[in-house]
Design a protein around this ligand. Structure first.
Ligand SMILES: Cc1cc2nc3c(=O)[nH]c(=O)nc-3n(C[C@H](O)[C@H](O)[C@H](O)COP(=O)(O)OP(=O)(O)OC[C@H]3O[C@@H](n4cnc5c(N)ncnc54)[C@H](O)[C@@H]3O)c2cc1C
Length: 397
């Protein structure tokens, strides 16, 4: 079988793989060969809601999301202006206990430099006229949060990466990354390519690829659903996205006055090659019920489509970004716990800096998400909610 030499290999063509391949090429790594099992954004990226929010778990997250936002804004301005829109993001509750936790979270986010503030019910109703805000005890609002079109951004990274020399190979599933003569070898479509560096960025499938390569990491794929609905009264494209902490339902405005809504994390591990990709009837009913009191005009909204995708969680909800322990030159970029679009570009850029510069400073910028933090253990765990404060929970990052 013919063997080719490259400088870096990337597995996966979602927003993570597309952005890291682009970042490596932009930093002049040399010959970057990237392989995608199907087509660009065929996994979770093509099924994501596209909310980008700085209201996340810790300072690391806030900074990385900010870096992603800057990268997406710039990329969209050049390639697909409609793929990035600043619309703000509100989170609310009518539960006094959750309100206390939400206020504490607002104070913490502010201390990390996030532009977020508590707003009055009247202001929420002005921002989102469909909402009935009476009875809400606390509302947090971050005006700078955004919505993006994840597929357009991934495709833009593919195109920009190609322009910088990334060799993308589509319909090229990779079984494993194999150590051969001090290099990493990947075989796909009858062709073997070796390189000193390989990055596994295969989303929920990363678990299988890493295990087959002999370097398992604690990852648990889970299913999550979303739907596009058509309310009778059109919703403005700049209306804020929201997360209703009472019902655990989130939504964002879509084009043509529609909304995209979802309810977060499926609590059981699934096989990303065997999950049900369509939305459940019970899920759509739950969405409608969740709107009855707070967004009554939406409870009768027509269903445009509903679907499911597979995300991947980690034991401590932090992503896995960096060197795979015991495997020099092998890196991973996954475990986004349902927030991979908003974290991908920032995390990919930091990973590319680590790979290309290898400096202590670059390592420090990924210390919190080091894949080696479990010390080689594979703790048993199940997926948990992605949003902070969901179901009244307030765990620390
Ligand atoms: C319904 C839903 C709503 C979401 N909403 C949001 C949101 O609002 N904001 C947010 O930030 N995130 C959201 N997410 C999460 C987000 O979609 C993911 O975290 C993100 O897309 C992960 O990107 P990725 O590139 O790591 O993985 P993926 O997009 O899954 O990409 C992995 C790629 O690897 C390929 N692949 C798999 N196996 C192999 C192999 N063996 N060889 C080669 N290639 C392979 C797949 O075909 C796929 O294209 C949502 C997800 C879903 C499902």
């Amino acid at each position: 079988m013919p063997t080719e030499r490259a400088d870096a290999l990337v597995v996966g063509g979602g927003i993570a793989g597309a952005s890291v391949a682009h970042a490596l090429a932009r930093r002049g790594l040399g010959r970057v060969v990237a392989l995608e099992a199907s087509t660009p954004a065929a996994g979770a990226t093509g099924r994501a809601a596209g909310i980008v929010s700085e209201q996340l778990w810790c300072r690391w997250d806030v900074e990385v999301v900010r870096e992603s936002k800057a990268a997406y804004a710039e990329l969209a301005a050049r390639t697909a202006p409609e793929a990035y829109r600043v619309n703000g993001f509100a989170r609310w509750t009518s539960d006094p206990q959750v309100a206390d936790a939400l206020r504490a979270r607002v104070a913490e986010l502010k201390s990390w430099g996030v532009d977020v503030r508590e707003i009055a019910p009247g202001e929420l109703e002005r921002l989102l006229p469909a909402v009935r805000a009476d009875g809400l005890v606390a509302i947090a609002y971050a005006p700078g949060d955004a919505v993006v079109a994840p597929t357009s951004l991934a495709e833009a990274y593919f195109a920009e990466g190609r322009r910088r020399g990334v060799e993308w190979s589509l319909a090229s599933p990779v079984d494993a990354v194999v150590r051969e003569g001090g290099r990493w070898a990947i075989t796909a479509r009858g062709r073997t390519t070796t390189a000193p560096v390989a990055v596994v960025a295969a989303g929920a499938w990363s678990k299988k690829v890493l295990a087959a390569s002999g370097f398992p990491l604690p990852l648990a794929p889970y299913r999550t659903q979303a739907a596009v609905l058509r309310p009778e009264e059109k919703v403005g494209e700049l209306a804020p996205s929201f997360d209703d902490l009472d019902t655990d339902v989130y939504a964002r405005p879509e084009e043509n006055g529609r909304i995209l809504a979802g309810d977060g994390t499926g609590k059981v591990e699934v096989d990303p090659d065997g999950y049900v990709p369509t939305g459940d009837e019970a899920f759509v009913e739950r969405l409608a019920e969740s709107f009855v009191d707070r967004l009554p005009g939406w409870s009768e909204a027509g269903l445009v489509r509903a679907w499911a995708g597979v995300c991947v969680s980690t034991p401590d909800r932090r992503p896995l970004v960096g060197a795979v322990p015991g495997a020099p030159g092998l890196y991973v970029l996954t475990g986004f716990n349902g927030f991979g679009v908003m974290r991908a570009a920032g995390a990919a850029e930091r990973l590319a800096a680590l790979i290309v510069d290898g400096s202590d400073a670059a390592r420090e910028r990924l210390a919190e998400v080091d894949p080696g933090r479990f010390g080689g253990r594979l703790p048993a765990f199940g997926p948990r909610d992605g949003f902070t404060l969901q179901a009244g929970e307030n765990p620390r990052f």
